[in-house]
Structures are given as structure tokens and as C-alpha cells.
Design a protein around this ligand. Sequence first.
Ligand code: PGA
Length: 240
Amino acid sequence: MNIIEVLNYEEMSTRAFKLIRERLQSNPALKLGLATGSTPIGTYKALIQSYEEGEISFEKVLSFNLDEYVGLEVTDVNSYRYFMEENLFKHIDIKKENTFVPTGKAKDFVKECAAYEELIAKSGGVDVQILGIGSNGHIGFNEPETSFNSLTHVVDLDKRTIEANSRFFHSINEVPNQAVTMGIGTIMKSKEIILLISGDNKNEAINQLLSGEITETFPASVLHQHPNVTVIINQESYLT
Ligand code: PGA
């Protein structure tokens, strides 16, 4: 695990952006795993600017998002499909049909989850997966005690996750209590992982990750078992 500590959010975003730019320039048909939340927004802004300046293109890129809330329409401002359109897709030349976000509306989630898993596998697998981390150590929406072997599945969200994400909703009661997420096993199949850590209440999670202990009670700890992980930590997170 390659750990990089930087002074602030901007520097974290720039470091992540430069890594992704490099991967994109050497492989224009990159399979990119994407995350939502506050953490990657700066990285997405830098990628958009780089695209506008003609440095990179997403024309051949396939993207796979980590997760989606159960029950939200794609047009819902809180859906992750909507988030991705607003914060990245509509600003770049990625083809809409090449962007994949798990569906939050399905009659048969078991089938949909298996199909998502197969879609990723058939594409050849994710080359670079961007991750954030929850204050409870979740990656994607894989909450504590999720099996390290899990594949794409429906999860009940942890109380801490619902509280943390309620900031985007009018009230905490509106936060869906379930989501669809790539499993930990799915994430671990990515060839490379970039974990970005920034934000309130992440101090404990950082310390736990850096302790090196590997346990299913702290999902991000699995990343110690992956051969190609870069962790970029915004040191300001230690202050909250
Ligand atoms: P955040 O969320 O980037 O909004 O802090 C990260 C996560 O919950 O995985």
C-alpha cells in the first residue's frame, strides 16, 4: 500500500487527478471505477478541466460506479446516477451508454446484481477504481462485517452512514436505508485502487487503516491485501 499524505483537499484532488490522467493517456479505453460523495468531487473537477484543455478524452472509456441507493429514480437529485451526471459525465465526452451505475430500482435485485457483476467481468474488469471511505471504514456501501468475498449485493445501511449522508437530504428520514453496492470481492478484482481520504470524522478510520490490522469489522482494511493501492490522505482530516 502506497500512502501519500498531503496538506489539503486541493492537493489530494490534484494528486489523484494526475494519477488518473496518466492511466488515461497510456490507455484511452480505460475501465474506470467511480465513487460518489464529497471526497472525489475535486478530482472530477480537475479531470473536467483537463478534458476541456484537450489533454484527455473519455471517448473510449467505460465507467462503473460503486453503488446506488435503493428506491431512488435516476432523476432524483440524491441518486448517484444524478450525482455522476452533474459532477462529471455531462462535462466530458464519455458516451452515456458507456457509463454504468447499479440500478436502484429493480424488481429482482438478485438478478440485477449478478448482471452488474457480469458486465464488469465481460468488459475485462476495472483498471482503476477510485474509492472514498466512510467514518466506519466502509468502501462502496460495504458496511462493517461484510464478507471480504462479497460480490455486488443489496445492503442495509449502517446508522452512521445514514447520519453522515443525511446532509444531502432535507431530513434524515428521507435517506434510503438500503443500497446496491459492488462487493468487497468486486472491488478487490480491480487492477489498481486509489483510495482518497478526506472529511469530517475520518480521523479514527485513518488510524485504523494505518494500524495494518486486517478485519471484516473494518472493510477498508482488506486493501492491505491488494497489490496495487495508492492511498491519498488529506491531513486536514486528522483535525476533525
Ligand atoms: P464522503 O463519503 O466522500 O462524502 O466523505 C465517503 C464514503 O462514505 O465512502
